[in-house]
Ligand binder design. Structure first.
Ligand SMILES: [Fe+2]
Length: 198
């Protein structure tokens, strides 16, 4: 499977097709971060080359569905796009099946099955354990506001904290590499909420 080709295809498809005013969070920056984090968490988890390739392909394509379907059922749409384009990059039927499952596993309402799906899920929210958290959260807040739902600062801090509490990292690798910073980000939100309540 030609993962470099898939990466270049995704960069072109998302770069040219996504309405970046509407989806300022779910753009190329997010996709690049997820591709970076699957490589990072995959290596830390001891994944072999074939697993790393599946993760890379899934990461590059996992939010391509925003181009055509927007927020609604974008995981299913991304999986459909992946099944359509992957044969052109030499993917076998088994690889296509695995990559589409990894993409569907990014649905936050689903329960990841197995190590690779867990790595995908952690990578999709890998920024929650980095210094970029506040900056990325601001982009997501703007994207949701453009979609019609605005938050006060206090409402937003509560929303973000509830998100962190509802979606802990699944893998030991993500916890090891990002757990401490994630905890600090949650503590910062709690302080902001406490200040807002005074
Ligand atoms: Fe994503």
């Amino acid at each position: 499977m030609d993962t470099d080709g898939i990466k270049n295809w995704a960069i072109d498809y998302i770069g040219r097709g996504l309405d970046s005013d509407r989806f300022c969070y779910h753009g190329l920056g997010h996709t690049r971060n997820v591709a970076c984090d699957v490589a990072c968490f995959g290596a830390e988890s001891g994944c072999g080359e074939p697993e790393k390739q599946l993760l890379a392909a899934a990461a590059w394509l996992h939010d391509a569905g925003f181009v055509t379907s927007g927020q609604v059922a974008h995981e299913v749409e991304s999986a459909r796009i992946a099944a359509e384009v992957l044969p052109g990059f030499g993917a076998t039927a088994a690889e296509i099946d695995q990559v589409t499952k990894l993409i569907l596993a990014t649905d936050l309402a689903s329960r990841p099955a197995g190590r690779l799906e867990e790595i995908m899920r952690d990578a999709d929210i890998g920024h929650t354990g980095t210094d970029r958290f506040g900056q990325e959260a601001a982009l997501l807040r703007r994207e949701i506001a453009v979609g019609g739902k605005s938050f006060t600062d206090l409402e937003w801090y509560r929303f973000e904290l509830a998100f962190l509490e509802a979606h802990p990292f699944f893998t030991e690798a993500a916890r090891r590499l990002r757990g401490e910073k994630r905890l600090a980000n949650a503590e910062k939100l709690k302080s902001l909420i406490a200040l807002g309540l005074k």
